[in-house]
Design a protein around this ligand. Sequence first.
Ligand SMILES: *Cc1c(COP(=O)(O)O)cnc(C)c1O
Length: 297
Amino acid sequence: MKRDDLTGFALGGNKGRKLEYMLADALSQQAEVVVTCGATQSNFIRQLAAACAIFGLTCAAAVMELPFEYEALPPVLSRFGGNAYLDQLLGVDVRVHPNGTWEHLYELTEALAREYEAKGKRVYRIPIGGSSPLGAYAFLHAALELQAQTEPFDWIVTASSSGSTQTGLTYGFHETHTKVLGFVSDPEPEIVHDFVDLAAGLSKLLGEDPKLSASDFLIDTSFVGDGYGVPSPEGNEAIRWLARKEGLFLDPIYSGKAFSGLIAKVREGAIQGRVLFWHTGGVPSLFTLPESLAAKV
Ligand SMILES: *Cc1c(COP(=O)(O)O)cnc(C)c1O
């Protein structure tokens, strides 16, 4: 297991790697305010807020509890506690909006950036989850870090959502025998096109020709359960299993679902050999499960 749940910034997580590069970029542009968006229980906003605190920047975020369409309101994470409470301690300017679509959330985020600009502030915009080409670059370096640490793996398995984690890793292991499989937390099959765009942005950043196309990404959408942000019974089972086997914690939205996918694929025999699970963190949201779900965990 690669323990990115133990990176720096506010209790760790995969976003710490991206922030090392993004904060440097924001500071080099003399930004005063960093604006982003996410779900109320976003791990990225929590880690970004800590990084901003360290470097004296204001962190502002537009959030929705459920930024996706659903038919009946499922039991979801509480909007209080967990990351939301840490955001409050870190002094984030959080703007909570009624539930809607991701597209609407992006519009509200741009409005927030303009609000600061109208006050004469220099704003640095960061896309959801820190998934800019620079975020993917951070994970290309993570791939190189792993290659220097140990012998090659047959499989690297990780949770995947806004895409820069999987894109950077896939880039780094392209044309090696290591396969990078992402269990997505967002059940949109077209997600792969976002990953291809990110990879193209990364190639540009590196001054290389584009090298990844849709068929280079191994994505599995079948362990999402009822949708983004909705804990799944299999994911909760995986959380309990790993806690009792190894004393380690996964989260209900990303790493727990990905680990449930890993367990299923190993049982089927579809994943064999030397396997690395890339633990992306997210543990603060464990403390926001509603009673009805926590009882099942
Ligand atoms: C953000 C996040 C992911 C997904 O990473 P992306 O780079 O956005 O695809 C996975 N797990 C956890 C815990 C996260 O917070």
